[in-house]
Design a binder for this molecule. Structure first.
Ligand code: AMP
Ligand code: GLY
Length: 422
């Protein structure tokens, strides 16, 4: 069959790369894709948010399965539009994507259905939010309700920081309509991990756990980014905790969505905070994580196309996923300045040498081609991913590959995976 992957990041390169390995897949199309996905399949210049354009393309080309990478087209209703046109598509409906699209919705669902999460209050009035801050003890976590490209969460150590965050989101409207409502949440201590599963609405199949590194600088310092690197497995998720998370978070959430009349199929991604062997949900995402997908799919031994197709057809109970015992690490290389303003257009050198290394795949994210050369075009540029016998070996291979790649202003964290060495 022909498959279509929607998106243009490292996650989508990894999805396309893995789908291409399936005997069920005859060709892969990526819309809009990047120079890395062009090595795996055919890039189609249709933006990820152009639902009508994508649907027409899928019909015309006879696409057998569409896999949606980013959250925006999901919350815009791409799955509903494709299904109405009789197309097979992997991802949650518009109503189900609210789980990521609205933090108020997801918090209220968790409270109603007894899913462990931090205490919170919601506000649609900045004065009431400020009054709440006056009468409670910091730290606080202030969150815009809607999608804010990963920037709508502010950790506030003091009341003053909380007041500034409230003003930024509600008065200055830094995230537009996404900040019409906010939640103020209890600050949770602990270690973060990403727990992802695929579901057809009934059966929930966990993916290998992973850990992301959100801060831009070593030692988890500096501003938060979309993710500076990730590894899998994540030792903080012990087999006992994984089974607990399935029983207390993943399965109950899928059931809750069914009860709420928003049956959930696709990827359910729980961002967890773990303390004393117990997990609480920080947030839900309705899609695969970026960069977690890169190490997770590097370890997947089963046929991804088969699993996603069965999820679409409601036959996920027939699927059991097999994982490599090896460790995978993805080191994200970024443009100088990211997550603030950054430079574009720098020529990237050493991609071919890095790709020649054994057990290494260089996933592209913010890259473009210019006069036959690969140049930077985004904040997160590459996800250099390696498989190794344990953390130390995977780290060594990933950083050896990183060392072969260069451009003016390239930045990366030197401590990806260190937490797993402890
Ligand atoms: P979210 O988009 O809700 O996952 O928040 C982004 C990041 O903010 C998370 O990955 C955490 O690092 C941090 N965060 C969110 N909520 C909390 C919380 N209640 N306590 C501590 N840190 C949090
Ligand atoms: N790496 C975090 C995310 O995909 O949301």
């Amino acid at each position: 069959m022909k498959v279509l992957v929607i998106g243009a990041g490292g996650r989508e390169h990894a999805i396309a790369w893995k789908l291409k390995q399936s005997p069920l897949v005859e060709s892969v199309f990526i819309a809009p894709g990047n120079p890395g996905t062009a090595l795996v399949g055919k890039n189609i210049p249709i933006p990820a948010e152009d639902i009508e354009g994508l649907k027409e393309f899928a019909k015309r080309e006879g696409i057998g399965l569409t896999v949606v990478g980013p959250e925006l087209p999901l919350t815009l209703g791409i799955v509903d539009a494709f299904e109405a046109a009789g197309l097979k598509v992997f991802g949650p409906s518009k109503a189900a994507s609210e789980l990521e699209g609205s933090k108020v919705f997801s918090k209220e669902l968790m409270i109603k259905h007894g899913i462990p999460t931090a205490h919170h209050k919601k506000f649609d009035n900045a004065d009431f939010a400020r009054a709440y801050v006056e009468t409670h003890t910091p730290p606080f976590v202030v969150k815009a309700d809607g999608l804010a490209a990963g920037k709508g969460v502010v950790i506030c150590r003091t009341g003053d920081e909380a007041r500034k965050a409230i003003d930024l989101i509600m008065k200055d409207k830094a995230f537009g309509a996404a900040g019409k409502r906010i939640i103020i949440e209890e600050f949770l201590e602990g270690e973060e991990a990403s727990f992802l599963a695929i579901t057809d609405g009934k059966t929930v199949v966990p993916l290998a756990p992973a850990q992301d590194h959100k801060a831009v600088l070593d030692g988890d310092t500096g501003p938060n980014t979309g993710g500076m690197g990730a590894y899998s497995p994540a030792p903080v998720i012990t087999p006992a905790l994984a089974s607990d998370v399935m029983d207390t978070v993943m399965v109950p959430t899928v059931k809750a969505m069914e009860v709420e009349g928003r049956p959930y199929k696709g990827v359910l991604y729980a961002g967890l905070m773990i303390k004393d062997g117990k997990a609480k949900v920080l947030e839900f995402n309705c899609r695969l994580g970026d960069p977690e997908t890169q190490p997770i799919l590097a370890r997947l031994e089963s046929d991804l196309a088969d699993a996603l197709m069965k999820a679409v057809e409601g036959r996920l109970s027939e699927v059991k996923l097999a994982w490599s015992k090896k460790t995978a690490i993805c080191v994200v290389m970024t443009a100088r300045g990211y997550p603030g303003d950054y430079l574009k257009g720098a020529e990237i050198k050493g991609l071919e040498e890095a790709a020649k290394l054994k057990d290494v795949v260089v996933f592209h994210a913010g890259t473009a081609t210019k006069e036959g050369r690969v140049v930077t075009s985004g904040g997160r540029v590459l996800g250099v991913t390696a498989l190794g016998e344990g953390v130390a070996d995977a780290r060594e291979k990933a950083y050896e590959a990183v060392g072969k790649i260069s451009w003016e202003g390239a930045h990366y964290r030197k401590d990806i995976g260190n937490k797993a060495l402890k």
